[in-house]
Design a protein around this ligand. Structure first.
Ligand SMILES: *[C@@H]1O[C@H](CO)[C@@H](O)[C@H](O)[C@H]1NC(C)=O
Ligand SMILES: *[C@@H]1O[C@H](CO)[C@@H](O)[C@H](O)[C@H]1NC(C)=O
Ligand SMILES: *[C@@H]1O[C@H](CO)[C@@H](O)[C@H](O)[C@H]1NC(C)=O
Ligand SMILES: *[C@@H]1O[C@H](CO)[C@@H](O)[C@H](O)[C@H]1NC(C)=O
Ligand SMILES: *[C@@H]1O[C@H](CO)[C@@H](O)[C@H](O)[C@H]1NC(C)=O
Ligand SMILES: [Zn+2]
Length: 391
């Protein structure tokens, strides 16, 4: 209880009605060992959002090494004076983004050969990006680029292939998740990201962070079935909407990636009431999430998002609630942000972007099916004190 005493007489703003009816000292604290909340990934579920998913994932702590080459085409040739301008489009901004999001745990180390554009053996249009790129043609594109490059690349985690900004036929930026080898079998990388026009036109450097997220085996959080991009999570994570107002990664994924240590997560796996203090995901240090285990494949995650750090465009700082399922694959909604403010109209273009609990707004939410209630009881600056009731 020592931690709770620190609230007395401090800068904590409180809801007095709640404070008088809930004596902190009387709260039972059925806090589980944090390992109980590390839901295991299901290997049969593509990019399962659990712990331990194994697809020769690129490292997410320490150094992620990458090599970047630049290509152009006979039908869409480079007019840039040098590839330098394209390297500078991505770096160092993308590396800085990871440094910040990972609290310094991940160093994206990219060697870029900007000596020239290598001419691809086929036209840009011939790779059929616009009519639906197949895995086979994607691999051929990568091997064509390696053949055009025709020089030794020291084995790296990720090969980045960057086309001239004139290559409008290379419409988007997929990640190839299989081993990358030259046609004669020389191993080059675990994964390759082949950049496209969407980065230059729409997403900016963040397309590199999104795609590199896939190399670390993170799933897509937007729907593959054609519904609105924000359907499952609004703009609360880069793996959903790249241009969303709060693109920093969810605390759940930061924990999975090793950017948060176990002591920064509270695990609730038993009935009862618990009390927690969370500091914003965007701020270094402190407790970042409460995970309420529902069963072996589903959990509720509670975190605080502020409008600082990588989320300066956030339009609704507060307590964010989302469910995670380890048996729903990428693009099918493995993470769902709970809309605690239904019918609000949202902000920054999405209904879910204001789905946060706050002290003076909507301050409590119950997931009836799961028998879980989350209540904001106090704030101190950007930190939130919460109680969680599990039936
Ligand atoms: C893993 O996912 C597969 C495919 O959805 C499913 O059949 C299987 O029951 C799951 N295993 C566990 C342990 O949940
Ligand atoms: C690659 O370079 C070697 C010399 O290093 C050359 O003999 C070979 O023809 C080149 N291959 C291609 C496809 O350009
Ligand atoms: C290539 O891009 C430049 C601007 O970056 C533009 O001026 C030029 O017309 C483009 N050429 C082609 C063939 O698209
Ligand atoms: C896409 O899937 C979601 C979740 O299953 C569903 O709510 C939505 O209606 C689907 N959209 C389309 C266009 O089928
Ligand atoms: C876990 O919870 C979800 C959501 O309530 C449910 O659909 C699923 O069947 C549960 N799984 C098990 C193994 O009970
Ligand atoms: Zn993606």
């Amino acid at each position: 209880m020592a931690k709770l005493l620190s609230f007395a007489g401090s800068a904590w703003a409180i809801v007095s009605a709640i404070l008088t009816s809930v004596s902190a000292a009387s709260l039972p604290q059925p806090r589980a060992d944090v390992s109980a909340c590390k839901l295991k990934a299901n290997q049969s579920v593509y990019l399962s959002a659990g712990f331990g998913y194994d697809l020769n994932c690129a490292p997410s702590v320490g150094t992620l090494s990458a090599f970047m080459i630049f290509v152009d085409f006979s039908d869409q040739s480079a007019t840039e004076s040098s590839p330098d301008i394209l390297r500078d489009f991505f770096l160092p901004a993308a590396a800085d983004w990871y440094s910040t999001s990972s609290y310094g745990a991940l160093d994206l180390s990219v060697t870029a050969d900007t000596s020239r554009f290598y001419r691809m053996p086929a036209t840009a249009v011939s790779y059929n990006w616009e009519r639906g790129l197949t895995a086979e043609v994607h691999e051929r594109y990568i091997q064509d680029a390696l053949a055009a490059y025709n020089a030794t690349i020291p084995p790296v985690d990720v090969l980045y292939i960057v086309p001239t900004a004139n290559a409008s036929a290379i419409t988007y930026s997929p990640t190839f998740v299989g081993d990358v080898r030259t046609r004669d079998g020389t191993y080059v990388a675990r994964k390759s990201v082949t950049f496209g026009y969407d980065g230059y036109r729409t997403w900016g450097f963040l397309v590199l962070n999104h795609e590199t997220g896939h190399t670390m085996c993170l799933p897509d959080y937007y729907p593959y079935n054609g519904s609105a991009t924000g359907l499952f999570i609004g703009g609360w994570d880069l793996m959903g909407l790249i241009s969303g107002p709060s693109p920093d990664y969810f605390a759940w994924d930061k924990w999975r990636l090793g950017w948060l240590v176990d002591s920064q997560v509270d695990c609730v796996a038993e009935p009862g009431q618990t009390s927690h203090v969370l500091s914003p995901v965007e701020v270094v240090g402190g407790k970042k999430a409460v995970v309420v285990k529902h069963n072996d494949t589903e959990a509720l995650v509670i975190e605080v998002r502020s409008s600082t750090g990588l989320d300066t465009k956030s339009c609704a700082a507060g307590v964010l609630l989302y469910t995670v399922s380890t048996i729903i694959e990428t693009g099918e909604g493995p993470v769902n942000v709970l809309n605690v403010t239904p019918g609000s109209g949202g902000c920054a273009g999405d209904e879910l972007n204001d789905a946060t609990l706050t002290l003076n707004g909507i301050n409590s939410y119950t997931i009836a099916d799961w028998g879980v209630k989350v209540t904001v009881v106090a704030t101190n600056g950007e930190d939130f004190k919460l109680t969680i009731d599990v039936l």
